[in-house]
Design a protein around this ligand. Structure first.
Ligand code: BG6
Length: 492
């Protein structure tokens, strides 16, 4: 299928760090048809050749395995084009229209990798310029809004121009292979389904820990914070994937209907739960991987005395028959002790102990999302007995054992990364892994009371709790799970 992919924000960080490496990878995998065009759009005065050269330099800075060799880049560069545009200028959209008319591709993807403040104007102008046809798809990067009202306003503006079937709201966590595998584990196998409920599961834990700080995004991050940046979208989408009911089929709306039900069943916040079950933190300086790193307030672009959170841990629940009473713990933060994302499913302990155990006798299934993706099932086996009267006199001993599945090892180079998967899905018109407007609204509705309570705390001079870079966040996050007799998995 021939396509044009127009990358608004074509010289931005997202474009060269994530999108173009993903497109390059798709090119390596032979997934991009000959004749496809990737048209970078930005305000800089560049021509095609200069854009190609600039992207070539940037790609030399990405992670080693994503860097192209000269021959690879030369062939990929043929797909790259550039269109200078000021998104506030109607005549610039006409120039883009002329550019697209040269090719008459079967599919035109308009990828808005720009500041979200530009989404509304860009969509209105695209519509007014006659650039939206049934062949057009629009991709919207997060964050879509700052709160429920702004999210609704953007969605309303986009829907005046595009139908819901043409709108691809990206949450790149849904494209991660581990999330595909989680859905396959749950809905492609019978083993776990009977266990996937309150009778067997004691608690669920989602951790997305980053070692990186805010890097060059201090200004953006300072007005966003971890709740809006990670919890409202990525963490809640992961929670939907573990908690949703089996969809009636694999079509986009069947899946999205089930996710929406989860979001609507999240326990509403009360003054008491906001005070007890939510912890926010902000990193100070510390040592990470042997290096001293500055605190958040010293990062460029961060306002002095900022009360923006770089860490959130919270406890919630899902009010339905499957999950009533099961705590769901979510935790994410920057400058933490490890780069590590996982979902840990803690099973209930045996109801009656006939063995001795060195630790708690509860099984655990851990779904590792990154840096490697895989599954680890933590079980117990009979430990080899030591001889002697003591061994004979006591109950037999159990030892922890682990069944490991490493997807990277199993599927190797055939694997498709998150952005590559999602971009190919947009081109193919598959909406399964994209977020519907009502899901986003439900997620914003649920996080808003947290945002409000923090504003009130800020006004009283109570900011986020400090934590040293290179740790697992404020101690209050451990206390949050300890109240239920639980621990985060690195503490197990
Ligand atoms: C982005 C956030 O959506 O996800 C970033 O804006 C964050 O702040 C990133 O670093 C994490 O993504 P990944 O795939 O590296 O875990």
């Amino acid at each position: 299928m021939s396509f044009d992919l127009v990358l608004f924000g074509g010289t931005g960080d997202l474009a060269w760090r994530k999108l173009l490496p993903a497109l390059l990878q798709a090119h390596r995998h032979g997934s991009l048809p000959a004749g496809a065009r990737i048209i970078g759009v930005a305000r800089d005065a560049l021509d095609d050749a200069q854009y190609r050269a600039w992207i070539g330099q940037r790609l030399a800075e990405v992670e080693h395995d994503k860097r192209p060799c000269d021959a690879e880049f030369a062939s990929f560069a043929q797909l790259l084009h550039y269109q200078r545009m000021d998104l506030s200028q109607p005549q610039d959209y006409q120039a883009l229209k002329a550019r697209l008319a040269e090719h008459s591709a079967e599919v035109v993807v308009l990828y808005l990798a720009t500041a979200p403040q530009l989404f509304t104007t860009a969509c209105e102008q695209l519509g007014a310029a006659g650039l939206v046809t049934p062949q057009t798809r629009v991709v919207l990067e997060k964050p879509l809004g700052h709160d429920l009202a702004s999210n609704r306003a953007i969605n309303a503006a986009v829907r005046r121009v595009f139908s819901e079937q043409q709108i691809f709201r990206i949450d790149h966590y849904l494209g991660k292979p581990a999330v595909q595998n989680l859905l396959a584990l749950r809905f492609g196998n019978t083993l776990f389904e009977p266990l996937w409920r309150r009778e067997t599961i004691a608690s669920m834990e989602i951790t997305i820990a980053e070692q990186l700080g805010v890097q060059r995004r201090g200004e953006f991050y300072d007005s966003t914070g971890a709740l809006r940046d990670m919890v409202q979208n990525h963490a809640l989408q992961l929670l939907c994937a573990i908690a949703m009911e089996p969809p009636i089929n694999a079509h986009a709306d069947a899946i999205r209907d089930e996710k929406l039900k989860v979001l609507r069943s999240l326990t509403p916040w009360s003054a008491a739960s906001l005070a007890q079950d939510v912890v926010r933190g902000q990193y100070g300086s510390g040592t990470l991987a042997g290096e001293r790193v500055p605190g958040y307030l010293q990062e460029p672009g961060v306002s002095p005395g900022s009360q923006t959170e770089t860490f959130v841990a919270l406890r919630t629940g899902i009010s339905n028959w499957r999950w009533a009473g099961v705590p769901f713990y979510l935790r994410t933060g920057k400058r933490l002790a490890a780069h590590e994302a996982h979902i840990a499913i803690h099973l209930r302990p045996t109801p009656h102990a006939i063995y001795r155990t060195p630790l708690s006798s509860a099984n655990r299934l851990v779904i590792h999302l990154q840096p490697r993706d895989g599954l680890a099932l933590h079980l117990f086996a009979a430990a080899s007995e030591t001889s002697g009267a003591r061994a004979l006199a006591q109950a037999p001993m159990l030892a922890p054992v682990q069944l490991d599945l490493d997807f990277e090892h199993r599927f190797g180079s055939q694997r498709v990364g998150a952005y590559e998967r999602l971009l190919l899905d947009v081109i193919a018109g598959r909406l399964n892994l994209f977020v519907r407007a009502d899901e986003q609204e439900a997620a914003w509705r649920w996080v808003e009371p947290i945002m409000q309570s923090w504003e009130e705390q800020n006004a009283r001079g109570e900011g986020p709790r400090p934590y040293a870079a290179g740790t697992w966040g404020p101690g209050a996050a451990s206390a949050l799970v300890a109240r239920d007799g639980n621990t985060w998995i690195e503490e197990c």
